[in-house]
Design a protein around this ligand. Structure first.
Ligand code: DGY
Length: 325
């Protein structure tokens, strides 16, 4: 008999076609985010799940899903999954590292350029029919070329962002809890500085840190207060790494010039102050959302699921010390 799995959110048809020969698949193709109770009920008789950041996999859920052996997240981030609970329950958890680095870095640059050059404000102005003449001092922005870029977190995505800075002939600084190897620093042309120095010196700060209890509010009022008045802050990592309320306060006070945000604390709800601020570029957590990358992410998660439930050895296992059940 085939094992049963749930695709908890909509996936590409090709992904379902790939899974079909291996499993009996229940798919949520109408893409409604299931409540915790609906998810537990749907997973009660399943061996595996394809999940996304909208599905919370914790002890409460796992205690109701006795057959579950693998949870394969369609995301590189996995703060929706409690790995200790998975370990204790013998559930393998996987993510999708690597395939989204360049696409996410491209999007960080889209936010950098849009926020620095005030593209959203200018676009709204044109759409509202307010443009009546050319003006010398219209939407004066921040130059990106030759500016100082500060990268918080030099992991795979941070490095991809750094490499792109060479084309803008920027000076690049980074801060990370671990200093990168000399060859990585050389490839990124990035110099290691303290967190304080980074915030003080950068014209553009961009955050690329995964979310965890340890990284909660890595960037808050203290760090933002160090920034230059003309500087901008970009965040395309995970909600909660940045203290959104502190950012709103700083922007309201004119302490920094603007921001570009793709992720939010408590998303899809966003801090109400953000929507009122014209100098913030907002997008709905789409940094990895190119057709090709989202397809690769979903297929990679499906491959993890097949490997997990056939060999017990998925390529992107997050909890290597998971106990056999
Ligand atoms: C990830 O992969 O973690 C993103 O946040 C979802 O696209």
């Amino acid at each position: 008999m085939k094992k049963r799995i749930l695709a908890a959110r909509e996936v590409f048809q090709e992904v379902l076609d790939f899974l079909a020969p291996h499993f009996e698949v229940q798919a949520n193709q109408e893409d409604r985010v299931l409540t915790a109770d609906e998810l537990a009920l749907a997973l009660a008789d399943k061996e595996g799940a394809l999940t996304t950041l909208t599905e919370k996999i914790d002890e409460t859920l796992l205690s109701r899903c006795p057959r579950l052996k693998a949870v394969c997240n369609i995301a590189v981030g996995y703060n929706n999954i409690d790995l200790s609970a998975c370990n204790a329950r013998g559930v393998m958890a996987t993510n999708t590292p690597g395939v989204l680095d360049d696409t996410t870095a491209d999007f960080a640059w889209a936010l950098i350029l849009a926020a620095a050059r005030r593209l959203n404000e200018a676009e709204a102005y044109v759409r509202q029919g307010l443009w009546d003449k050319w003006k010398l001092k219209q939407f004066l922005g921040l130059d990106v070329h030759h500016a100082v870029l500060g990268i918080v977190g030099l992991g795979r995505i941070g490095r991809a962002v750094a490499r792109r800075a060479a084309g803008f002939e920027m000076e690049v600084f980074y801060y990370d809890v671990r200093r990168a190897a000399p060859e990585i620093e050389a490839a990124c042309r990035a110099s290691y500085v303290s967190k304080e120095e980074l915030f003080r010196r950068a014209d553009i700060v961009t955050i690329h840190v995964p979310y965890s209890r340890e990284t909660h509010h890595t960037v808050g009022a203290r760090e933002i207060a160090l920034m230059k008045k003309a500087a901008i802050l970009i965040h395309a990592a995970r909600g909660g790494v940045l203290d959104d309320a502190a950012l709103v306060e700083a922007l309201r006070a004119g302490a920094i010039a603007g921001a570009g945000l793709d992720v939010f604390e408590g998303e899809p709800a966003i801090h109400p102050g953000l929507k009122e601020l014209p100098n913030v570029v907002l997008s709905p957590h789409i940094a990895s959302s190119s057709e090709s990358t989202r397809f690769k992410m979903a297929m990679m998660a499906a491959e993890n699921l097949v490997a997990a439930l056939t060999s017990g050895n998925p390529p992107n296992l997050l909890n290597a010390d998971v106990k056999e059940r």
